[in-house]
Write a protein that binds this ligand. Sequence first.
Ligand SMILES: [Zn+2]
Length: 196
Amino acid sequence: MKRSPRSGPKEDEKTVAWPLPGDRIRRVPLPGSPGSFGEDRGDRRHCGIDLYAAPGSKAVSIEDAVVVEVGTFTTPQTVPYWNETFYVVVENEDGSFVKFAELEAVDVKPGDRLSAGDKVGEVGMVLNAERIGEEAPEYIRGLKERGRPSMLHLELYESRPEAPDKYLGGNWFGQGGPKGLLDPTDRLLAASRSDR
Ligand SMILES: [Zn+2]
């Protein structure tokens, strides 16, 4: 059957890409495990999903998207055991927003149009292991002990993300959570099955 040229690709035929094309194994942390969405970190909850990757790993857009924002995500002036990293927010074709964070390099600027699989930036080393001491939260010390100081932190929103007071470094301090925040687990699991 011939498809009318005016009807676009069906939802289930949408091209998606895994955000870290260098991964040999695509692992999405499931609820309850370290780096998962909503992970309870004592005084804070995790707003995204952490995909562990070596510094410099290429990070790409999951879907066709437009870049809407680029900014600084972490600085050592804010938290001593942080390195400077950056974030990129893209708006996907379905109107959802993805925030790629803990990047050491950004390859895009607001207004850029991306296809699924196009480079957004490179994974950074968010944690400065030398400066992680006893005062650091337990999950941070755990990351140091497990040798996982670098990762892509990825958040999904139904509306353009804001930067409210209770949000810092991809975590939410207090009740509730950021406006419009969604669980990216299913979308990442779908991306993990894609051939891109
Ligand atoms: Zn994270």
